[in-house]
Design a protein around this ligand. Structure first.
Ligand SMILES: [Zn+2]
Length: 262
């Protein structure tokens, strides 16, 4: 079982070592910005490392929106991130499911997702798996609740699309973690990565506020059960830096019976 953390992008391998992690996730550019990622000078070292890498796409990306001034740059930025993530040998690129503005037709949002994969396919497709992540909030989200997720997968099903399940987002988004993996897999057929986070916000609060696994409003054993059922690599996106995340990783290893990375 590969277990790691979301870390600062300056030196991800040092961050992995500081946490005893064999997996790291990081940003390749400002998560709140529109700048395309620059090639990394440590690309060779990252590619050769014994640590599995995941890249999280910027939060500003929203390929579902009906606002073309956001949608068009979003899909371009997503393709740019896929190229850059592939260049460092990443296993996957995580991107939030996105949303449409209130009053807009969510059906168009799902079709905009399909168009995103069609757009990438024109140039040979995304260079690594794109993992769509469930989100916590909003009434017009493409991947908050499973009824929407099912419609999203109907739209993008012809492409190889991956899924990242975030336990905080599911709980805060109003999906019970008990049995969730089976319900998700019935839709997506796969879970490629678990974001193991506790939630400061209550069930169905819509709040995207991560907490350490022993804190928050989720029974940590439920998070462990999700990981076990998913059988996928795990990334914690929890607070507290190397100490806080390291403790979360240790807790998961203890519960899951894995040994720490060498
Ligand atoms: Zn997440």
């Amino acid at each position: 079982m590969r277990i790691g953390a979301h870390v600062d992008s300056a030196d991800p391998l040092a961050e992995a070592a500081a946490r005893g992690a064999d997996t790291v996730q990081f940003f390749l550019s400002d998560p709140q910005g529109w700048k395309a990622p620059k090639p990394r000078e440590d690309a060779d070292r990252l590619r050769a490392a014994d640590v599995d890498l995941y890249v999280h796409a910027p939060y500003v990306i929203n390929v579902a929106t009906l606002n073309n001034r956001i949608r068009i740059p979003s899909r371009k930025l997503l393709v740019g991130h896929a190229d850059a993530a592939a260049a460092i040998g990443a296993q996957g690129l995580i991107v939030h499911g996105g949303h449409v503005n209130s009053g807009a037709d969510l059906t168009v949002g799902f079709d905009n997702w399909r168009k995103t994969f069609a757009y990438a396919a024109e140039t040979g497709g995304f260079k690594l798996p794109v993992l769509i992540e469930n989100t916590a909030g909003g009434d017009n989200a493409c991947a908050r609740r499973l009824d929407a997720l099912a419609r999203l997968w109907d739209a993008v099903g012809e492409y190889e699309v991956g899924f990242c399940l975030d336990t905080c987002h599911a709980h805060a988004g109003g999906e019970d973690l008990l049995g969730l993996v089976d319900r998700v897999k019935a839709i997506t057929g796969r879970i490629d990565l678990v974001h193991a986070n506790n939630s400061k916000g209550a069930f169905n609060s819509g709040q995207d506020r991560h907490d350490n696994l022993g804190g928050g409003t989720i029974d940590p054993e439920l998070v462990v059960a999700v990981i076990r059922a998913a059988g996928a690599p795990v990334v914690v996106e929890t607070p507290g830096g190397a100490a806080g995340q390291g403790a979360d990783i240790d807790f998961l290893r203890e519960q899951l019976g894995g040994s720490p990375a060498a």
